[in-house]
Design a binder for this molecule. Sequence first.
Ligand code: NAD
Length: 249
Amino acid sequence: MGRLDGKVAIVTGAARGMGEAEARVFVAEGARVVVCDVLDDEGELVAKALGDHAIFAHLDVANETDWQLVLAAAEHTFGTPDVLVNNAGILRFAPILMMDRTEFDSVLQVNLVGPFLGMKVVGAAMTAAGRGSIVNVSSIGGLIGYSMLGAYVASKWGLRGLTKSAAIEFGKSGVRVNSLHPGGVDTPMANPSGGDLDPTPYLGQPIPRIGRPEEIAQLALFLASDESSFSTGSEFVADGGATAGKDMG
Ligand code: NAD
């Protein structure tokens, strides 16, 4: 028996990286998945590889009309969504004094406004159905700060807070909402060239290596499934211990 048998899931940013890993593990555990992304060719390939249990739908998470179309496609093909993973995200490096306003806005649009629209559109269907689990992929940048990443950090702290408001608003309708906080994970975002990574930044972690997308997908699976039935409005961290504290030894 699969851990997501009978469930319908929407995963954003699923053409590659963690979103792809989440789509793969969800299908392996019995879900039917709508793979969403702005990368149409890559997303189509991921959905095709998953067979009858997946479809691709174009989605720019910052576009509310796209969200309506994704919901309609999910309902038409598979039924009312039970799971929404707001995974799509972008990263931009710049110190605050150098960051251009448009760049700051674009990070917030994708990383914060996107999940807001997803919760508004898909959350409406879930609350009407009286069931659902929403997983908002934040970051350890939503728990601590980083230089050069002001917009990203602001968006991920914002998403962590929005998760709590949504959990309170949706709770009585049977919909749970949690935030997931990965540390460094080997995806095109953290490793655009796909080559061997410099291990130095990870050597100070209790688990001294970068994470694998599949390791984050396992936590998303737990949150998507009924195994996490008493958890809502909470932060779930998978970071190799990066935020555990300082090593004074
Ligand atoms: P990635 O860049 O490999 O994949 C992100 C996906 O999101 C891509 O397929 C991209 O096309 C898609 N996307 C970007 N903008 C979009 C938009 N407007 N609409 C729809 N899709 C869009 O990144 P990843 O590492 O797999 O990141 C997944 C999530 O995990 C992100 O929210 C990221 O911020 C977060 N995260 C990543 C790391 C890391 O080290 N990789 C660490 C912490 C948190």
